[in-house]
Ligand binder design. Structure first.
Ligand SMILES: C[S@@+](CC[C@H](N)C(=O)[O-])C[C@H]1O[C@@H](n2cnc3c(N)ncnc32)[C@H](O)[C@@H]1O
Length: 237
């Protein structure tokens, strides 16, 4: 459990195709990801507790995002793929009007238990139950890592739809340009894939979706991490 970035499960094998989805209307990777995070939600939340306090760069980027939202006059912010709500809670303490959305009902329950003052609900990056141009800011903090690279363009079109003009999008993800299949994570036997996206590719996809990338940061892996960590801030055109 001490290998890799804390948001990164520990045992991996090469990716492989997955058979039959359990829901005919959604891709296999979505079904698998939801099931995996439902299983690990409580242990993930405990493991990540306090991680932001040890990550000054993460807090600096989130603080930068929060200030820019303020300069836009505030307004709703949504943390999509919020997990147990650690970033949602942090953004709330920075004064943002923030709520959380996650694929996993287990994660949503854990987030709500930990942050009863905030609103959390289930939902998907690919099809948000939000009106057009309804949020000033959207954070996807290590949540695009389970979307295959070829499906990211449609996700970014969806994020662009819900962010208002001049609004902000902040992404964090493990960088690399390759995928790994996990069979164990956070002390549980679970199977799912994680994609170490290529920051150049993601930046190009953001531009294609209508975002102007204004900040691009990459830090080298810390001793418990396997890949660089990438952070991109985009502004909706
Ligand atoms: C590595 S965790 C990160 C959680 C949280 N952002 C954090 O930093 O602690 C990834 C989270 O993204 C969620 N997720 C993955 N794919 C998603 C999707 N397509 N839509 C919404 N949430 C998703 C998972 O359920 C999980 O809670």
């Amino acid at each position: 459990m001490n290998e890799g970035h804390p948001t990164e499960p520990s045992r991996v094998t090469e990716p492989r195709d997955v058979a039959e989805p359990s829901r005919p209307t959604e891709p296999c990777h979505v079904t698998e990801t939801r099931a995996a995070y439902d299983t690990v939600a409580i242990d993930y939340a405990s493991l990540l507790e306090g991680e932001l306090a040890r990550s000054p760069l993460d807090r600096a980027l989130l603080g930068h995002f929060a200030e820019l939202v303020g300069l836009e006059g505030g307004g709703p912010v949504v943390d999509v793929g919020c997990g147990p709500g650690r970033v949602t809670g942090h953004l709330g303490t920075l004064g943002l009007d923030v709520s959380g959305i996650d694929l996993s009902p287990g994660m949503v329950a854990e987030a709500q238990r930990r942050h009863p003052e905030l609103d959390f609900r289930t939902g998907s990056l690919a099809a948000l139950d939000l009106p057009d141009a309804s949020v000033t800011g959207l954070v996807a903090w290590y949540s695009i890592i389970h979307t295959p690279p070829e499906l990211l363009p449609e996700v970014f079109v969806e994020l662009h739809r819900v962010i208002r003009a001049n609004g902000l999008l902040l992404l964090a993800f493990q960088a690399g340009g390759f995928s790994v299949r996990h069979e164990q994570a956070y002390g549980h036997a679970v199977t799912f894939e994680a994609h170490r996206h290529d920051p150049d590719g993601v930046a190009a996809q953001l531009a294609d979706a209508g975002f102007r990338v204004t900040v691009r940061t990459e830090r080298v892996p810390q001793d418990y991490e396997k890949t660089p960590q990438a952070f991109l801030l985009g502004r909706r055109g």
